[in-house]
Design a protein around this ligand. Structure first.
Ligand code: F6R
Length: 592
């Protein structure tokens, strides 16, 4: 959460470089944004609340600057609370991603010493603390590095900080928990919360590890162990994503683009991921206990893994949300395997769950979209999702990619790897047809009929149950319609009390062994006046609306995901919401 970016180099158009980078990082938070550049012996700042949109910068030419896009934690969404924050002399500008849990204790003595605070944030405390540390550090080439490390060591919590010092013409940064990546380009050096913001300039990057600090100037980047102050050699690697993959490429928004990329992603997985699936299957085979963790949509993929591995390969998996896993961790012993699922690879709850599992002897297999991310680096086996950059805050293609890999893994484990590959190909074909044969328009018409409703329920049974949870999440997070997913059988144990005449209910009814029972639940809803939207291969007289989706056996879960993605999308548009940046959300959840 929160995106940070800094640049130092030969290009004097730093403000525009930073603005373009913040647009790439905006999915990390869009409550406010701000940019600072060095100008003479002071920093000059522009800050604003709200999304960046078409904003232009009005800042002087400079070869050094940094910026921030905020997801508010401490202090409301105001211009004062927007980053960067400055020290008293305007020599330093500081941006921050994370939470300084001891900021109150740090702030008091600073205030008593005469530092003036203009915001309610924990971040501003760091700027003044650093000002003190700089004053106490002897002059010399490493002064900013030393002072930054001294200040950083006094911060508690999971944080990434970056500071611009106009006097030395350097940027310094340090991190624990929150991500930070360095970029090495021809015209200068940069740092960012993730490398999608660097790709315009370079694919040569260095991932900063926890408790490392860094100093950047136009000529070089120096890396340090933040606790000992010892210099360490940076490891440069080349990342695979192309800058073009982060652009809209003619689509109206990233949600549409990413929904439409699903067939290609699934084909890529079918064509090239058999080796990954076999490796993961081998780890599952060797493990005594298998756990799957993820949050939100990735958590639904973890639940889908439970059904897939049980039904295709007869293997038991224990599932927990990343944030709940530590409370169940007592059951993890040696020869356990944790499958950690995450698009970003930076979700703190999943990373901490994996760490907790590892401490108890578990091996970690991570299914991650952002290669090189924290979860990726800590895993014993890192399986890429191969979905390419996902910039809409909602997870779409990364979800179906996870399902495809899990499906292939389950089949590899059952000794039927070819069947898994064929099913993923079939799923790709069916989703492509769904997106092009008029069904998308039919879903838009359903959205038109439903967009003024305040509630929507989704029911599914067996392998369709995780899909019901995911469908409801897609609808609610983007349209703000209250949507809940349920196991079809649970309906009559309480939920049915919420059904009133006109209440819409999405029914996931593949022609599998769940069909008769889910339809019986659907009819109970219908009998109470509910409006049924059937997602099913065939129509049913009880359906008020029907979205035909092919039956693909264990791959049906994959093809049942896009209808709800499309429904949520159109509901959002009809209700006047931005599908790429739903309110209050951020794509990479790096705080607890
Ligand atoms: C929903 C969504 C979130 C994420 C969750 C985990 O559309 O995007 O629920 O799935 O925040 O994120 P990752 O997968 O990055 O760990």
């Amino acid at each position: 959460m929160c995106g940070i970016f800094g640049y130092v180099g030969r290009d004097q158009g730093t403000a525009d470089i930073v603005l373009r980078a913040l647009k790439k990082l905006e999915y990390r938070g869009y409550d406010s944004w701000g940019i600072a550049v060095g100008h003479g012996d002071q920093v000059v700042v522009q800050k604003q609340t709200g999304k960046i949109g078409e904003a232009a910068v009005d800042l002087p030419a400079s070869g050094i600057g940094l910026g921030h896009t905020r997801w508010a934690t401490h202090g409301g969404v105001t211009t004062y609370n927007a980053h960067p924050h400055l020290d008293c002399s305007r020599r330093l500008a500081l941006v921050h991603n994370g939470i300084v849990s001891n900021y109150r204790e740090l702030r008091e003595p600073l205030a008593r010493a005469g530092h003036r605070f203009l915001s309610e944030t924990d971040t501003e405390v760091i700027a003044h603390l650093l000002e003190e540390c700089l004053a106490a550090t002897p002059a010399g080439p490493d002064r900013l590095a030393t002072a930054t490390m001294t200040a950083f060591r006094r911060l508690q919590g999971l944080n990434a900080i970056a500071v611009l010092d106009v006097h030395t013409g350097q940027l310094a940064a340090a991190k624990s928990g929150s991500p930070l990546v360095l970029g090495w380009s021809e015209h200068g050096h940069m740092l960012a919360s993730d490398y999608s913001a660097l790709l315009e300039h370079t694919r040569r990057v260095t991932f900063v590890e926890d408790r490392q600090a860094v100093v950047l100037c136009g000529d070089t980047i120096r890396l340090f162990d933040a606790d000992s102050g010892r210099e360490v050699a940076p490891r440069i690697i080349e990342v695979e994503w192309e800058a073009a993959a982060t652009e809209l490429s003619g689509y109206p928004d990233f949600m549409t683009k990413e929904i439409h990329e699903q067939p290609a992603v699934l084909r890529r997985i079918a064509g090239g991921w058999e080796g990954h699936a076999r490796q993961l299957a081998a780890l599952i085979h060797e493990a005594r206990d298998v756990f799957a963790v993820g949050c939100g949509t990735a958590g639904h993929a973890a639940l889908a893994a439970q059904y897939l591995l049980a039904r295709v390969a007869g293997r038991r998996v224990t599932v927990a949300s990343g944030s709940e896993f530590p409370y169940l961790g007592d059951f993890v012993g040696d020869r356990a395997l944790m499958i950690a699922l995450s698009q970003s690879g930076e979700t703190i709850d999943v990373i901490e769950a994996a760490r907790a599992g590892r401490e108890r002897g578990a091996r970690i297999a991570a299914l991650v979209n952002v290669e090189g991310s924290s979860l990726w680096r800590m895993a014993d086996l890192a399986v890429p999702l191969g979905a390419g950059p996902e910039r809409c805050v909602l997870a779409t293609k990364s979800f179906t990619a996870k399902l495809a890999i899990l499906l292939m893994t389950a089949h590899a484990l059952a000794g039927r790897a070819d069947a898994g590959v064929a099913l993923v190909r079939d799923a790709a074909d069916e989703i492509e047809r769904l997106l092009t044969d008029g069904r998308r328009d039919a879903i838009r018409q359903i959205a038109e009929a439903l967009h003024r409703r305040e509630h929507l329920f989704v029911i599914g049974r067996g392998p369709s149950y995780p899909m019901a949870l995911e469908a409801a999440l897609k609808v609610k997070e983007v349209s703000y319609i209250h949507a809940e997913g349920f196991a079809g059988g649970d309906l009559k144990h309480g939920v049915i009390a919420l059904i009133e005449p006109g209440t819409p209910c999405l029914v996931l009814a593949p022609r599998d062994e769940t069909y008769d029972d889910i339809m019986s639940g659907a009819l109970q809803v219908k009998a109470r006046g509910g409006v049924l939207i059937g997602v099913s291969p065939e129509p049913h007289e009880a359906f008020d609306y029907h979205i035909p989706v092919a039956d693909l056996g264990p791959a049906t879960a994959i093809v049942n995901a896009p209808p709800a993605q499309i429904l949520g999308y159109y509901l959002a548009l009809l209700r006047g919401h931005d599908p790429d940046k739903p309110r209050n959300l951020a794509k990479s959840v790096t705080v607890k």
